[in-house]
Ligand binder design. Structure first.
Ligand SMILES: *Cc1c(COP(=O)(O)O)cnc(C)c1O
Length: 448
C-alpha cells in the first residue's frame, strides 16, 4: 500500500490525525461517493500535492518574483500554465487562484466597478453563490440580476435576452453548480455581444467533460473561463482563470487585469504544491484514457437517470446531459432532501441535499438531492453497476417517503427520532452491505 494510505511518519508523531485520515480513506474507498463536485485524484497527483513545494514562498509570477530560490518552482508553474493554455487552446492562463470562489472574485475585480450590474443563474435554479447570490460578496458588492430555468428545467434564454437588454450588465455568467443540461454558449455569446457585456464561462463542474469532448467547449464564445481544478478535471482543490482570444480582442489588457486582480489585489503567496498538482492533472487530462473516462461519466449518468425515472422518481429537466442528476422529491412532500441524504448516507451512499427550482422549502431543508457519477466512473464502474446502484437509491428513498418535515420548533426532536429509525432499519443496512461489496470489487486507493 502507498504512503498516503499508510502514513508511516504521521502515525508515529500524531496518531490522532493519522487515525482520522485513515478512517476517511476507508470511508471514501468503501462508500459510493456521489456528490457530483467530488472526484478521486490519482496517487501520482497526491505525491505532487503532498510535496515540499508547500514550503516555498512565491509571491509574484514566474520570472517576476519577490523572493529568491525559483530555479525549480518557476519551471513548475510555467509547465502548469503552458499545459492549461494547450489543453483549452487559449492565449493566457492564471493558475494561482486558491479556489473557485476567490477566482470568481478576481474576475469581478478585473472587469467590474463596485455596484456594476451582473447577471447569473439564480441559486435555487442551479446557479453558484458567487454568481450574485445575496449572501455572497458577489451579491453585496455588485448589483445582481438573476435569470432562471423554465418549467421544463432548461435555462430560459428568452429571459436572459430580455433581462440583458433591459439591464445592460457589465458581466454575464454562464455556468452552474446544479444544472443537468448542456449550456448553449453560442446563444449566450450573441446576447452578451449585443449589450457589450463580458461573458464568463464558469465551467467548474464540467471541465473534465469539455476536455473529453463530452460537452461543447465555450472557448470560441466567451471572454473568460473560470474552472476549479477539482471536480471533473480530477485535480487538487484550486482554480484557474483562462483568457480567450475573443477576450483579448474585446479588451487587450484583460490578461494583465486578471493577473493583477489575483495578485496583488486579492492573494499573497500562491500554493505551489497545489499548482504542481494542477500541472499533473492537466497532463493526465490530455491522455486518451481521460477522454474515455469523460465519455463514460456521461453514459453512466444517463444510465443512472433512466433507472431512477423507471423507478418513479422525478428528475429536474427529466434527465441529464452531463455528470449530474437533480432529483425532485416534492411528489413525496416538501423538504425531503435532508431525509433522503441522511438515509442514503446510512447505506454508505453519499449525495447532497439540494434546492430545486422554485423550491417550496428552504436551502437548509431543501426538496431535492443532487448526485453524480465522476468518482464511480474513475474507479471503473459502468452502466451495469449504475443499474444496481440506481435500484438501491430508489429502495432507500422508498424508506423515507413516510417522514414529513414538521414545523420549525418540532424539527430537532423529529429528526432525532428519524436518525434512530434509519440506524435500526434492516433494509437500509442490507443495502449498505451491498454497497461495501461493490466498492471492494472496484478498488481505487487500496489496490496497491
Ligand atoms: C464549485 C464551484 C465554484 C466554487 O469553487 P470553490 O472551490 O468551492 O470555491 C464556483 N463556481 C461553480 C459553478 C462551482 O461549481
Amino acid at each position: 500500500m502507498d504512503w498516503f494510505c499508510e502514513l508511516p511518519n504521521l502515525t508515529k508523531t500524531d496518531p490522532e490525525i493519522a487515525d482520522l485520515i485513515k478512517k476517511e480513506i476507508g470511508r471514501e474507498e468503501f462508500g459510493l461517493q456521489m456528490i457530483p463536485s467530488e472526484n478521486f485524484v490519482s496517487p501520482a497527483l497526491l505525491e505532487a500535492l503532498g510535496s515540499v513545494l508547500t514550503n516555498k514562498y512565491a509571491e509574484g509570477y514566474p520570472k517576476k518574483r519577490y523572493y529568491s530560490g525559483f530555479e525549480f518552482v518557476d519551471p513548475i508553474e510555467t509547465v502548469a500554465i503552458e499545459r492549461a493554455k494547450k489543453a483549452f487552446g487559449v492565449p493566457h492562463a492564471n493558475v494561482q487562484p486558491y479556489s473557485g470562489s476567490p477566482a470568481n472574485l478576481a474576475i469581478y475585480v478585473a472587469t467590474c466597478n463596485l455596484g456594476d450590474t451582473v447577471m447569473g443563474l439564480n441559486l435555487p435554479d442551479g446557479g453558484h453563490l458567487t454568481h450574485g447570490w445575496k449572501t455572497s460578496v458577489s451579491g453585496m458588492f455588485y448589483k445582481p440580476v438573476p435569470y432562471h430555468v423554465k418549467e421544463d428545467g432548461y435555462i430560459d434564454m428568452d429571459e436572459v435576452s430580455s433581462l440583458a437588454q433591459q439591464h445592460k450588465p457589465k458581466l454575464i455568467w454562464v455556468g452552474a453548480t446544479a444544472y443537468a443540461r448542456e449550456f448553449d454558449f453560442g446563444a449566450f455569446a450573441k446576447i452578451a455581444d449585443e449589450v457589450g457585456a463580458y461573458l464568463v464561462a464558469d465551467i467548474s463542474h464540467i471541465t473534465g467533460l469539455i476536455l473529453s469532448g463530452a460537452h461543447k467547449s465555450p472557448v470560441e464564445h466567451v471572454h473568460l473561463i473560470m474552472t476549479t481544478t477539482h471536480k471533473t478535471l480530477r485535480g487538487p482543490r484550486g482554480a484557474m482563470i483562462l483568457v480567450t482570444k475573443k477576450g483579448l480582442e474585446k479588451d487587450a489588457e484583460l490578461a494583465e487585469k486578471i493577473d493583477k486582480a489575483v495578485f496583488p489585489a486579492l492573494q499573497g503567496g500562491p500554493h505551489e504544491h497545489q499548482i504542481a498538482a494542477t500541472a499533473v492533472a492537466l497532463g493526465e487530462a490530455m491522455r486518451p484514457e481521460f477522454k474515455e473516462n469523460g465519455m463514460q461519466i456521461v453514459k453512466n449518468a444517463k444510465a443512472l437517470a433512466s433507472v431512477l425515472m423507471h423507478r418513479g422518481l422525478k428528475l429536474v429537466s427529466g434527465g441529464t446531459d452531463n455528470h449530474l442528476i437533480l432529483v425532485d422529491l416534492t411528489p413525496f412532500g416538501a423538504g425531503k432532501g435532508v431525509f433522503a441524504s441522511e438515509a442514503l448516507e446510512a447505506a454508505r451512499i453519499f449525495v447532497n441535499k439540494n434546492t430545486i427550482p422554485k423550491d417550496p422549502s428552504s436551502p437548509f431543508y431543501p426538496s431535492g438531492i443532487r448526485l453524480g457519477t465522476p468518482t464511480l466512473t474513475t474507479r471503473g464502474m459502468k452502466e451495469g453497476e449504475m443499474e444496481l446502484i440506481g435500484g438501491w437509491i430508489a429502495d432507500v428513498i422508498n424508506e423515507i417517503k413516510r417522514y414529513e418535515l414538521p414545523a420549525k420548533e418540532e424539527r430537532a426532536e423529529y429528526l432525532k427520532k428519524f436518525r434512530a429509525d434509519i440506524k435500526s432499519n434492516s433494509r437500509i443496512a442490507d443495502i449498505g452491505t451491498k454497497v461495501r461489496n461493490i466498492c471492494s470489487n472496484f478498488p481505487f486507493y487500496f489496490k496497491n
